[in-house]
Design a protein around this ligand. Sequence first.
Ligand code: GLA
Length: 813
Amino acid sequence: MIIRKDNIFLLQTKNCSYFMQVLPSGHIEHIHYGMSILSERQYEELLKNGNTEILADMAKVLEIKHKNEGGNMVVYAPEYYPMCLEVMPLEMSGFGKGDIREPMVELTFKDGSTTCDFLFENAVISDEITALETLPSSYDDKDKGAVADLQSGATVPAYMADHAMQLVITLKEKSKDVRLKMIYKVYPDCNTITRSSKLINDSKEDVRIDRLLSNQLDFQQTGFKLTSFHGRWADEMGETSSVCNAGKVVNEELAAGESGSRSNPFTMLSMPDTTETAGDCFGFNLVYSGNHYSALSSNGTFLSRFVSGIQPTGFEWLLNPGESFEAPEAVMTYSKKGFGGMSRSMHDFVRKHIVRGEWRDKERPILINNWEATYFNFNQSSLLRIAKEASKAGVELFVLDDGWFGARNDDHAGLGDWVVNTKKLPDGLKGLAEKINALGMKFGLWVEPEMVNENSDLFRKHPEWAVRIPGRDHSVGRTQMILDMSRKEVQDYIIDALSKVFGSANISYIKWDMNRIFSDRFSLELPAERMKEFQHRYYIGLYRVMKTLTTNFPHILFEGCSAGGNRFDLGILSYFPQIWASDDTDAVCRMDIQRGYSYGYPVNTQGAHVSAVPNHQTLHTVPLETRFSVAAFGCFGYELNLGELADEQKKQVADQVEFYKQWRKVFQFGDFYRLDKYRFMVVSKDKSAAVALIFQKESRPNNDYLALKTMGLADDKVYEVANRQVGVNIKAFGSLINTMAPIHVKQDGIIHGIIARHYKMNGEKDEAIATGSMLNGCGVRLNPDYGGTGYGEDTRMFRTNDARLYVFAEVTE
Ligand code: GLA
């Protein structure tokens, strides 16, 4: 809901309010963002009767009481004495009129001056959510909004019936004909508000944009904690926090040219005592895939400012008369229910208002990818052997990864030549796809369209398409160069080449990779004074290509990838419903990586696979059940040679596939809870079913007091709880076999092997029937872990790195 009373604006969602007013000077005072300032009754009344009187009273209470000139501060103008912009909480700040904090906008005018002073011109509220023209942005699908998630017959609370709305405030620079549109979208059902900005040059002179951020939020308090997520290749999303009492804390991708594994654009603000379940928590993100910048600064006394948008370092944009420039959309979610509450709202927002197309609400297929099984060394027969084994296990989609095209026998050649290598695949993609389809599976393919190898036909023909500076050495990454996506002819070439590939066979899935970061940024098409536009123009071009291909091939499920999670962001998710989360497939590392993603991204956006042991990235051996349990909290698949598994493990895989299919909807569309660092849970929207994961970080003997305490179950529903039973190989007990065996058994000897083949232990069974309130309040007591003495059907074999899934099904009769 968006309500206006004269020059006061309230943006209201289910649990939060965003409140601002136009000051007599024309600046916009930011009054409040956070906990709802309306009671539920007031919200309902406002929805019904739209009586806006209440807004003026609330503004009186909350507006800043600024009556002093304040020593050496700059007074804005005599007619507004004693207003000093430095102490005003503002919706946007320019440069040069006394607000000496971090600006949202920096411009340079023709005469070299940099002062800009944007003042209110008008505001338009509408029920229609409009899209940005050059960049992806959130949308509202009225038919499939929140109401559709409710069980039929349930009374719809007012906020659920409330629909998305948009507010556009236009500001005009006081003495120049330059306008700034600030666009707000309100999604009441998921407590999310987005902001973006657009600069329009209506003057007759060029204006240079030195920065145009998307978001500025002023808080009348300091001491927020900024949490951001950092890492590197195969080690993404490490959580890091800094409290900002004064000065500045920054989360940025400075020059990689991608949203980045070094620093994901998703950021949180909380109070130091905010917990998983209680306390203020703000979640922020950008619908953007390039270099980003978010900063929390504080004047050390009573004001904090959070800004975010395109990274200003290395960026400039020349705006000729009549031109406009759009900044990416910034996303804000607030919860007073801690990190967990914020995450669930953010997940709903991403699932309903960012991800789009046919696959948005569809269950994602279980896939098998050949990369870690074969790398570049495959042919049609070896692929089909893997596919046959996978189809026997019930896997639904076979994905052919890198190496199927051109002279691509290793990572030194072939990128750019999107023509099938018939030496490896004599029947072409069409023939292979038909054979895979005949096995009852869909067929998918890997591409890396933004890249070119020096050793490729494309580079030999179009060296000018590669990003490099003429006359200077250029640096490569993974021996490849980046194609200049800022050029229309390059975009068109990629659209054309890929359309041919996508149309050449029955292709149901595409993995779109991007395996190096940027260096030597330059475009032959840009004049010197526009060279700093290159990086942003690259993304405008890339988004055009992605939009065209996803529109033209609506049935294909696209998965983004960038050397794993190097470009895991809402820009990519606006076109591709899921992204390969990391090249690290070690389940233990993945617990941390997927937990990191879970703060800002839903389970069904994160690609996660079961791979071989010892793991190819860490050489770590983790049980198959753990690899499965962790990958099940993602878009699930396998990435190993299933044919080479022992028969017992093949059966286990088939059993996992069957289990996953049964619970897939809950995993992919349920509400996600972090029960603790190593326990996750998903609960279906109607709360009739749930799955929890317990991961054993380190086992200790003598564990008698274990419980699984849940979150999110309905207090008044009754649930049947059961663990996923996992057979135990007697060999796991090592020489302890001799405490039972009538003869001495040599550990790992022939007799040990024979006993293990014939004597199977089923693994413990934990079963209970209990109400949601009991399970949420106390939990279900679990059988003890094996802890130095005693083992049997009631003992949970739970070694370091073991994991167990527990399912909860509502008992209806
Ligand atoms: C990247 C991806 C991998 C795989 C390889 C292929 O590293 O992240 O999953 O596709 O490229 O070269």
